[in-house]
Design a protein around this ligand. Structure first.
Ligand SMILES: *Cc1c(COP(=O)(O)O)cnc(C)c1O
Length: 434
């Protein structure tokens, strides 16, 4: 009935998630409220782990890209499902450490890790640093040398495949702020440079070709390009890279128009391509990593809002204003992202009108969705915006001094807080008097 499996409708006609009535959740925890379905997240993690078992003899590790939603409970959940973890900042490392995540299963990304962040990563013995540029390579080697360590590194490669849209193109990818380009020879030069340095150990290569991708082909193509490069490195330098990280980017359902491929199908196709390329290049089959973020938490989450006002502009559109907005979901303002909106108290009714859901911020672009079909919206209704589990809380802000919402996790009809709602005192906690 809904785009997300964890949603249902109860006998009152109310939307439910994880067996909890969303109107009750709104009453108990207040709005705006993020709600995450635990079983959906766990099942997705399991399907990644199992796909590697089924198609790749278990010789791989899916890592949760925590930038999609980083908080202690999520990191702990990923750990309990035997996932690794991707981090992109000192703050995400700190969150993982506070959640007791095993540091050896963490990889640290970013195109401009600060010296302080690199030192922190080494002090916590983070498993691998994904090196983005030559400056970082030299700096990391210097810090590791000072600390008397040899750090395992990966290198971010631009494989020349751009898959940010429904199709993919094989050019244009040189123009990206991330990583080393293959076709210019930049990547090979960086590999050779790293082999001269004594405090870094290049064991892995990494690529990440985009996000919200629905095709298998670009993933297969990227895997092939990367395997050929590993073969070329072996032939030119004698050095064998034993691990291949294929990044994330698996698409999810925001609306009925989205058709994600089952994760198992990606793995089946990619495994086949990697094995074939290993044979062709006469190199061993590498250990592989994948880095799903959006697909682990996106469909598991919804946001609940309370409708405050309704403004009908004749022959133009109807605005309904909610008690959140770009502060808790900036994706429409950033990318005009599509979402499904449900009137949570009338979830058994077909949409009979189109409304534009506006936030409460002082900014005309502060919209959640334009002209969304919903059932008869009145002041005081609870609206649910679906598939908000990824890149919503993690991109949230305090614009207009709005406190960030709470996150509750639901399972088997029970709800518990995993992130508290910010208070006004939290907002002024770092302010100092004149
Ligand atoms: C953002 C990102 C991911 C996760 O991407 P999703 O689209 O959320 O799956 C994985 N790896 C890297 C390097 C990223 O930057």
């Amino acid at each position: 009935m809904f785009v997300n499996d964890c949603l249902n409708v109860n006998e009152k006609g109310h939307l439910t998630i994880g067996g909890c009535d969303t109107l009750e959740l709104a009453k108990e925890f207040g709005t705006p409220l993020y709600v995450m379905d635990e079983d959906t997240i766990r099942n997705t993690c399991k399907s990644y782990v199992n796909s590697i078992k089924t198609h790749y003899d278990g010789k791989g590790l899916p890592m949760y890209a925590s930038k999609a939603l980083s908080c202690k409970a999520l990191v702990q959940l990923a750990d309990s499902e035997n996932m690794g973890l991707d981090v992109v900042s000192g703050g995400e490392i700190y969150t993982a450490m506070k959640a007791n995540f095993p540091p050896e299963k963490i990889q640290f990304h970013g195109n401009n890790k600060t010296e302080a962040e690199l030192r922190m990563a080494l002090d916590y013995n983070i498993g691998k640093i994904i090196v983005d540029n030559l400056y970082e390579l030299e700096l990391l080697n210097k810090i590791a040398n000072e600390k008397n360590k040899v750090v395992k590194i990966s290198m971010r490669i631009k494989p020349g495949i751009d898959a940010h849209t429904h199709n993919f193109i094989m050019t244009g990818q040189i123009d990206s702020k991330f990583g080393f380009a293959l076709e210019t020879g930049e990547a090979m030069a960086a590999v050779k440079e790293s082999l001269k340095l004594s405090n870094v150990d290049l064991t892995e290569l990494h690529c990440h070709i985009g996000s919200q991708i629905f095709d298998i082909d670009p993933f297969v193509k990227a895997a092939e390009v990367m395997m050929d490069f590993i073969g070329q490195i072996k032939r030119e330098t004698g050095h064998l890279v034993t691990e291949l990280n294929l990044g994330g980017g698996y698409g999810i359902k925001y609306t009925e128009n989205d058709n994600p491929v089952p994760y198992d199908n990606y793995m089946a196709a990619v495994s086949k391509a990697v094995k074939a390329k290993a044979a062709e290049n006469d190199i061993p089959v590498p250990f592989i990593y994948m880095e799903p973020g959006r697909s682990v938490v996106g469909e598991a989450g919804i946001t609940l809002y309370t409708v405050g006002g309704r403004k009908e502009i004749p022959n133009i559109r109807t605005y309904v204003s909610v008690d959140g907005g770009m502060t808790d979901n900036i994706r429409y303002a950033l990318y005009e992202s599509e979402y499904t909106v449900v009137n949570a108290g009338k979830a058994d009714q077909e949409p009979n009108e189109k409304v534009t859901v506006a936030g409460k911020c002082c900014e005309s672009g502060d919209l959640i969705q334009k002209d969304a079909p919903v059932a008869d919206v009145q002041v005081g209704d609870t609206l649910a915006v679906l598939s908000t589990g990824a890149y919503n809380y993690s991109m949230a802000s305090n614009y207009n001094r709005n406190p960030r919402p709470a996150i509750v996790m639901v399972k088997d009809g029970k709800a518990r807080l995993i992130v508290k709602r910010e208070s006004y005192d939290d907002l002024v906690a770092n302010d100092l008097d004149l």
